[in-house]
Ligand binder design. Sequence first.
Ligand SMILES: O=P(O)(O)OC[C@H]1O[C@H](OP(=O)(O)OP(=O)(O)O)[C@H](O)[C@@H]1O
Ligand SMILES: Nc1ncnc2[nH]cnc12
Length: 204
Amino acid sequence: MSTYRDEDPRLHDIKTKIRVVPNFPKPGIMFQDITTLLLDPKAFKDTIDLFVERYKGKNISVVAGIEARGFIFGSPIALAIGAKFVPLRKPKKLPGKVISQEYILEYGRDCLEIHVGAVEPGERALVVDDLIATGGTLCAAMDLLGKLNPFLISYYITICHCSERVGAEVVECGCVIELPELKGRERLNGKALYVLVECFECCQ
Ligand SMILES: O=P(O)(O)OC[C@H]1O[C@H](OP(=O)(O)OP(=O)(O)O)[C@H](O)[C@@H]1O
Ligand SMILES: Nc1ncnc2[nH]cnc12
């Protein structure tokens, strides 16, 4: 954690407002429930303010929020920093033409989608979610948004049958909660990750 975060008294209050529910949605999982944080307008506002203070003036034009809980935090951050909000949705939710990115979860696979044209190549993007656990979801979001190395274009077309990538520059990922024991940060290949609250001994 950075010194700034350690010293900020708002963080302690935010952490106390997150309810931990054992054995949800399955045995062994300590579920970090942010709905109790949302019930407290001051703690919710402090959460948004901390992100806004970090990202205002950083020339970020896109906030990409991950379904579903990333929408709750991503939208107000986008409004406050003067960026557009782009939802990264689970399959078959977006009505327009989409670009998709599959990813591996602990049990099974999932997929994120973005509307074609929602983000222009070269735009500076912030990815927002409520929580990073294994990091698979954030990796998929970055793959979907990320800039494609021109030397890899033919690889994508031939191997992945995908000729379209968004081509944004992901500046950072921002999450309210990190479960460090699941080592999701290591999976981000060095991409900057900013979290407000770390939760130890409370997962799996
Ligand atoms: O770091 P990871 O291991 O990928 O896990 C983190 C993701 O898991 C949760 O979403 P979930 O898939 O439960 O979807 P939901 O927000 O729609 O409930 C959470 O909101 C993150 O998006
Ligand atoms: N422990 C946890 N609590 C809330 N959301 C999660 N997503 C993955 N693991 C989670």
